[in-house]
Design a protein around this ligand. Sequence first.
Ligand code: MF3
Ligand code: CO
Ligand code: CO
Length: 264
Amino acid sequence: MNVSIKTPDDIQKMRIAGRLAADVLEMIEQHVKPGVTTEELNRICHDYIVDVQGAIPAPLNYNGFPKSICTSVNEVICHGIPGDKALKSGDILNIDVTVIKDGWHGDTNRMFYVGEVPEHARRLCRVTQECLYQAIRLVKPGARLSDIGAVIAKHAHANHYSVVEEYCGHGIGLGFHEDPQVLHYPGYNARNDLELKEGMTFTIEPMINAGKKHTKLNMKDGWTVTTKDRRLSAQWEHTMAVTADGVEVLTARSTEQEFRRNWS
Ligand code: MF3
Ligand code: CO
Ligand code: CO
């Protein structure tokens, strides 16, 4: 494991990339409604990232991924490929945006409601967001990676949900996916648990299922991951930096004031 420590200059550049990624999620919100296709959302995000932000959409051609964002609807856990199927009222949608600016990555995702969404689905989205927020609040020098997975699993299980284990958060910086792996369940042992230190940058991105934890990879497209039992899944993601006394969320949106206290 090779966990890099970022300098204040590095983190300033990641702040810029993170802000751009957050801006894309704020920009796209008004376009998420019944009838729009995920390919249309992909096109709007792509053009905004490239033409307005002067940045690069990291997913495009990443290990052969064919689009600029990931769009994951209902039972899709993650890595959904934008396509020509229209969203319909009642769908829940995750949009995952990663931009590269000046070589540095910012990676964030959130859930959106399409039209009128039933309470059971909104509850899954809400609890998953709470899982992310509870984990972020633990991040500070001296905390351990295992603390993150423990609090996420505890909150998910208290709500009778399950935690996806095959996909995890990750270090991030000049690389899209760097060490360490950030598990969302208590999967560490004495050898791979890690003490957090100032200057580490990573994502937390819990994927929480309404039913069982098991996943299924679509072998035809090589990317789309769904729940095995076809029940709903939700995810929320932020990129953050460990600071001297806590955490700075580099992809916080304007609605997330709690996590913007370090912002100028
Ligand atoms: N953004 C995803 C993450 O949170 C990774 C997407 S990889 C892609 O790590 F190739 F599907 F874009
Ligand atoms: Co990520
Ligand atoms: Co992401």
